[in-house]
Design a protein around this ligand. Structure first.
Ligand code: TYD
Length: 202
């Protein structure tokens, strides 16, 4: 059995997760860990094409959920599972918790349907650790407004993101052993200190 770990980064848009992901990955690499960084939607050729569509093309909420999980199936089979099997750690910028938060909480797709897809697409693989960057929505929105071009999700209203945030938090509460909730409104340095403790625990 490989001991390679599968770690995911989650949070509402504007929480700062991608910046911290880069730092976290570098720290692990400096410690000599063989590591692959990937993202969702995306991470494969097909997945990146689906990402283009998902971020730009309006569609029914359930179509959106199905395409997210279709991209994920490709990602799991082409990238994540093979990496873990050969002993390479995987860090993914988002995974299924994002579907429960955005399509479930944000768009109202029934959780039972998402659970069926989750079971189908990666019934035997779950992240070993999920870092949830939690932040009050007003602050996340302020950070986003500095960005020039916003995608279809980032253009949603504050209430949408409140629902996304709550769905993430309830998912974390259901499986606390898998989640580390990071208070992302703190300064960069304070967040890094929290992340350094997590690295040490790994
Ligand atoms: P994001 O990581 O925010 O990309 P970037 O930092 O480049 O903007 O991901 C893109 C969007 O996709 C994000 O708004 C959340 C959304 N998303 C879902 O709605 N469901 C999912 O299952 C995934 C993986 C992402």
């Amino acid at each position: 059995m490989s001991t390679a770990k599968f770690i995911t980064f989650e949070g509402v848009d504007g929480a700062g997760k991608s910046t911290h992901l880069d730092w976290f990955a570098n720290v692990l690499r400096q410690r000599g860990i063989d590591l692959l960084v990937t993202r969702e939607p995306g991470g494969t050729q097909l997945g990146e094409r689906l990402r283009e569509i998902l971020l730009n093309q309006p569609m029914h909420a359930e179509t959106e959920a199905l395409l997210m999980f279709a991209a994920r199936r490709e990602h799991v089979e082409q990238v994540i599972r093979p990496a873990l099997q050969r002993g390479t750690w995987v860090i993914s910028d988002r995974f299924s918790d994002a579907s429960f938060a955005y399509q479930g909480g944000g768009r109202g797709v029934p959780v039972a349907k998402l659970e069926q897809l989750e079971q189908w697409v990666h019934g035997d693989i779950q992240p070993d650790l999920t870092l949830l960057f939690d932040i009050p929505i007003e602050i996340a929105r302020q950070r986003l407004s500095n960005n020039a071009s916003l995608d279809r999700f980032e253009q949603e209203q504050g209430e949408f993101f409140e629902r996304v945030r709550q769905a993430y938090l309830s998912r974390a509460a259901k499986t606390p052993h898998r989640f580390a909730v990071i208070h992302a409104e703190k300064s960069m340095d304070e967040v890094k200190q929290d992340l350094a403790k997590i690295v040490a625990s790994l």
